[in-house]
Design a protein around this ligand. Structure first.
Ligand code: GUN
Length: 292
């Protein structure tokens, strides 16, 4: 079997068209564009690429981006002052602080200081709590992107065994919550799965992975998932973006796994484009609520 390649870029473009229409309707109704403030501290090369991609996506869908590039020696107090200013600015619908912050700045109090109504990354404890209760205000961007890929590729998660490798706060943990959700949330029907989360202390991970109908890799280890860990016919979603000497690669050994799986996301061009577009969706959602 050779897997169907799930084209994240094409799916993201399809969603961008929908967001562009909604953003135009918002502008026609309110006389202003939704606004996304992005805060980048320091000169981490990967973060610079991610923020530039977000800025470009804003321009494509009709969202005003407000960029704040701050030097590496910015203090926590200065960052807090900027967050307070952005919280109070009516032109700013959503705020994102690009992670990681430089060593020496604890991200937790900074992220907690973002107005939950503007927390388009869905990192604030209030928004995380709402997701866990199945009544989300925002959906976390990367897990939401994964659900959109499954949904728009005709892969239902209902009744399936979904195995997630990785328990991060940004991907693994919210992904598990969303996949086990009873009802479809925020327009995505991919839910009602039976979920297992694997992590660094899991015993016999390959055996668990082999029971997955949907296998989601989010651990940040290049080519960690090999063909022997995949049940024939499974759908494999690769959230990893790893920079190696041979270039960019995911957490899945794409070449071998594509011979076993029924569907697989590539890296790049899989989950990555969806993460950005779901951030646009959250920003628009924030603007719509704030204007209501
Ligand atoms: N760094 C890596 N992923 C993310 C993300 O989803 N949001 C932010 N703000 N920073 C990140």
């Amino acid at each position: 079997m050779t897997a169907k390649i799930l084209d994240g870029k094409a799916i993201a473009q399809q969603i961008e068209v929908e967001i562009h229409e909604r953003a135009a309707a918002f502008e026609a109704r309110t006389g202003r564009r939704p606004g996304l403030a992005a805060v980048l501290v320091g000169d981490d090369p990967a973060s610079q690429v991610y923020v530039r991609n977000k800025e470009r996506a804003c321009a494509r869908v009709g969202i005003q981006s407000h960029m704040h590039r701050l030097p590496d020696d910015t203090t926590a107090a200065e960052l807090m002052a900027l967050i307070a200013q952005l919280n109070a600015d009516p032109a700013v619908s959503g705020i994102l602080v690009q992670l990681p912050l430089p060593a020496g700045i604890d991200p937790t109090p900074i992220l907690d200081a973002i107005d939950p109504a503007k927390d388009v990354d869905c990192f604030h404890p209030q928004n995380v709590g709402l997701v866990s209760q199945g009544r989300p205000r925002f959906l976390p961007c990367t897990p939401h992107g994964v659900l959109q890929i499954l949904h728009r590729s005709g892969i239902s998660a209902a009744g399936k065994h979904a195995v997630i490798i990785g328990r991060s706060e940004i991907v693994g943990k919210p992904m598990a919550l969303m996949l086990m959700q009873k009802d479809s949330t925020c327009g995505s029907s991919a839910a009602n799965a039976t979920v297992t989360v694997c992590h660094s202390r899991t015993a016999d991970m390959p055996a668990i992975c082999r029971t997955a109908d949907i296998l989601i890799a989010a651990i940040g280890k290049p080519k960690f998932v090999t063909a022997d860990m995949v049940k024939p016919g499974a759908a494999v979603i690769d959230v990893g973006i790893n920079r190696t000497d041979d270039g960019l690669c995911g957490d899945v050994d794409f070449e071998s796994v594509k011979e076993v799986a029924s569907a697989i996301t590539p890296v790049p061009g899989g989950v990555g484009p969806l993460t950005v577009v779901m951030l646009m969706e959250n920003t628009l959602r924030a603007a719509e609520w704030q204007a209501a």
